[in-house]
Design a protein around this ligand. Structure first.
Ligand code: FES
Length: 231
C-alpha cells in the first residue's frame, strides 16, 4: 500500500463515530488495489460514469460483486453508521471531481442476495416504484430492504440489520482514474462464501475466493446479470 493510501484510510478510521457499549470503532480494511476499467480494459473515467445507471464490478474477491454509482448530487459524507454488532463508523462521502461517485458491496445485508450471472434482485432505482418510494435508492426485492447510497447505504426500510459495506475508492484527479482499495463497515464475505460455497464452487471453482488484483472490470448491471428483477 502506498503512503497516501495509508494516510487516507487512517483518516477514514479516525472519523469513526461513537460505538455502542461493548462494541468498537471500526477501522477500514485494505485489500489489493485495483484500477476500475471498462469492458474493453480502458480506465474508467469518473466523468464517464452516468448518473442513474447501476454499474457492477467484482471486488475484493472474484466472486463478490459491488455497485458503482454516480449520484445526482455531491455526497459530502460525515454520516455516522453502525454495523449489526453496534460497531460505529463514519461514511466519508463520494469521490471524483464533484464527489458523486460511490461504491458499495452488492451483497444484501439481510440474507445476502447478490447479483448473479443469471439474475439480480438487487440494484439501484433512480425512479419511483412501490418499494423504492420516490427512488434514488438501492432496493433488494428478496425481502424489500432499501438502502440510501447518498448516505453510506444506510438502511431506510426493510429487514436489513446494517448498511451495505462501503467499498473504499480513490480518485487520481490528474489521470481521472478510479481505484478500489478496501472496505469500510460490515463486510459479509466470510458468511457469503460459507452460504454459497457449493454454488460458487460449481460456477467458478477455486477462483471464487481469489483476490481481485490490478484491475476490476466495471459493467452495467444489465450486462452483468441476464435478468434484473425490479420492485
Ligand atoms: S436478502 Fe435482501 S432484503 Fe432479504
Amino acid at each position: 500500500m502506498q503512503r497516501r493510501d495509508f494516510v487516507k484510510l487512517c483518516a477514514a478510521s479516525a472519523a469513526a463515530a461513537v460505538p455502542e457499549a461493548g462494541a468498537t470503532n471500526l477501522t477500514a480494511r485494505t485489500y489489493r488495489k485495483a484500477k476500475l476499467v471498462d469492458e474493453r480494459g480502458s480506465p474508467l473515467r469518473a466523468t464517464a460514469i452516468l448518473a442513474g445507471v447501476t454499474y457492477v464490478f467484482d471486488y475484493p474477491f472474484a466472486a463478490t460483486p459491488c455497485f458503482l454509482l454516480r449520484l445526482a448530487k455531491p455526497a459530502a459524507g460525515g454520516v455516522d453508521l453502525r454495523t449489526e454488532a453496534g460497531d460505529a463508523y463514519r461514511w466519508n462521502g463520494g469521490i471524483g471531481p464533484d464527489k458523486t461517485v460511490v461504491a458499495y458491496s452488492a451483497i444484501c445485508a439481510h440474507k445476502m442476495t447478490y447479483p448473479t450471472k443469471q439474475v439480480s434482485f438487487i440494484g439501484y432505482r433512480d425512479g419511483p416504484s412501490p418499494v423504492a418510494g420516490p427512488g434514488k435508492v438501492i432496493t433488494c426485492c428478496s425481502d424489500r430492504s432499501v438502502y440510501d447510497p447518498a448516505a453510506g447505504a444506510r438502511v431506510v426500510a426493510g429487514p436489513a440489520p446494517q448498511p451495505l459495506a462501503t467499498i473504499l475508492l480513490e480518485h487520481d484527479a490528474k489521470a481521472d482514474e478510479i481505484w478500489a482499495v478496501g472496505t469500510f463497515g460490515g463486510e459479509m464475505f466470510a458468511e457469503f462464501f460459507k452460504k454459497y460455497e457449493f454454488r460458487l464452487q460449481l460456477e467458478m471453482g477455486g477462483r471464487a475466493r481469489g483476490e481481485v488484483d490490478r484491475t476490476a472490470v466495471v459493467k452495467e448491471l444489465k450486462n452483468y446479470s441476464a435478468q434484473w428483477a425490479q420492485c
